[in-house]
Every structure is written in structure tokens, then in C-alpha cells.
Ligand binder design. Structure first.
Ligand SMILES: CC(C)(COP(=O)(O)OP(=O)(O)OC[C@H]1O[C@@H](n2cnc3c(N)ncnc32)[C@H](O)[C@@H]1OP(=O)(O)O)[C@@H](O)C(=O)NCCC(=O)NCCS
Length: 174
């Protein structure tokens, strides 16, 4: 089992995170989204999203972590973002690079968010949205003890809605 280091991400991580995010979308969602969209808009959309998030990096309601392999080669193995709001703590954008999947990194990033969420508000629910057709991620969240809700359309990009499920954990129970 790999022991990745989970560290707070910084503005210097915008480009590698945006790139891994776009690559992961292309690998995972290519068959679920319009081809033109996957090809042409993803990188710009993701770069803008992460720039905006890092511009408000001192927001106490948001955290971004990255997973770094033990080898000091500077590569990014994965990342996750957590946002606290009225409905609980939203785990947003958990992605592990293809070559690092299946080695415990997704679990380590999830646990980082869970620990932050339970310290912030032990009564809050931790939740996320996963596309209904993303079977692999659903199996991963099932394995981590998430409770799946009903299928519901969500907007993944301006003008693009796809069926998704909400997964929930009660933080005091995980
Ligand atoms: C889903 C994802 C985050 C999982 O990360 P990962 O690092 O590969 O998962 P881990 O190695 O930490 O696995 C944790 C546990 O889940 C289990 N698991 C992972 N994928 C699984 C699958 N497809 N089926 C069954 N169990 C699975 C593992 O066996 C492990 O359990 P164990 O430790 O008891 O054996 C990763 O595959 C990924 O980034 N996928 C592409 C992007 C994506 O879909 N993100 C989710 C968006 S909502």
C-alpha cells in the first residue's frame, strides 16, 4: 500500500490540478458528455474554476488538498476540494491520477475531508454528487460507507445536465 502525503494545495498547484482534473474528466466522462464539450472547453473551464478557488484560499469554509507520491518527483497523484455550506460539507472533485488509482490515495483524500468536516461541525452531514454512470466511483463510495440517494439530474457545466446520485455520510459515524 502506498502512503501518499496529503498536503494543503496552494496557488502553485492551480495548473497541475486543472490539468489532472481535465484529464480525469476526459478519461471518466468522455462517453457521458458531448464530445465537443469534452474536447474544447474542459481545460479552460477547469483552469478558471481552480484559479477562482485559490483566489479565496483563506476562506475558512473551503479546503483543497493534494496527494503527493513519496518519491520527490513533483508529480501530483490526486486532489480533493471540500466546501462547507447550509446543507453540510460538500466533498467536490475527488480525482486520483490513473497511474495512482487503486493504491489507497482516494481513501486517504476522503479521510482528510472527513476529519476536517468532523472537526468543523461534528453534526454536519458530509455529502457529494456522483454521476449515475460512474460505476467505479459509486463502488468506491459504497466501500467507504456512503449512503446513496435517488438519481437526480445535476448541471455539470453550463447547459449540460446529467443524472447523478447524492451520497451522504454522517460525520460522527465515520
Ligand atoms: C474513484 C477514485 C477517486 C478512487 O480512488 P482510488 O485511489 O483509486 O481508491 P482507493 O485505492 O483509495 O480505494 C479505497 C477503497 O475502495 C475500494 N475501491 C476502489 N475502487 C473500487 C471499485 N471500482 N470497486 C470496488 N471497490 C473499489 C478499494 O478496494 C479500497 O477498499 P479496500 O482498501 O478495503 O480494499 C479514483 O478511481 C478516481 O479518481 N477515479 C476517476 C475520477 C472519479 O470518478 N472521481 C470521482 C468523482 S465523483
Amino acid at each position: 500500500m502506498t502512503s501518499p502525503r496529503i498536503l494543503p494545495a496552494t496557488m502553485a498547484d492551480v495548473a497541475p490540478i486543472a490539468e489532472l482534473h481535465a484529464r480525469s474528466w476526459q478519461a471518466t466522462y468522455a462517453h457521458m458528455l458531448p464530445t465537443e464539450h469534452v474536447r474544447s472547453h474542459l481545460v479552460q473551464e477547469h483552469a478558471a474554476l481552480w484559479r477562482d478557488r485559490f483566489m479565496r484560499a483563506d476562506d475558512p469554509a473551503m479546503r483543497i488538498w493534494k496527494a503527493c507520491p513519496d518519491m520527490a518527483n513533483g508529480s501530483l497523484a490526486g486532489f480533493v476540494c471540500a466546501l462547507s455550506g447550509g446543507d453540510g460539507i460538500l466533498l467536490d472533485n475527488l480525482h486520483v491520477a490513473a497511474t495512482w488509482q487503486g493504491r489507497g490515495i482516494g481513501r486517504a483524500l476522503f479521510h482528510q475531508v472527513r476529519d476536517w468536516a468532523s472537526a468543523l461541525d461534528p453534526d454536519a452531514a458530509l455529502y457529494l454528487w456522483v454521476l449515475a454512470s460512474n460505476t467505479r466511483a459509486r463502488q468506491f463510495y459504497d466501500r467507504l460507507g456512503g449512503r446513496a440517494g435517488r438519481v437526480h439530474p445535476i448541471a455539470v457545466s453550463p447547459g449540460i445536465e446529467v443524472p447523478a446520485l447524492r451520497y451522504v455520510w454522517q460525520t460522527e459515524k465515520i
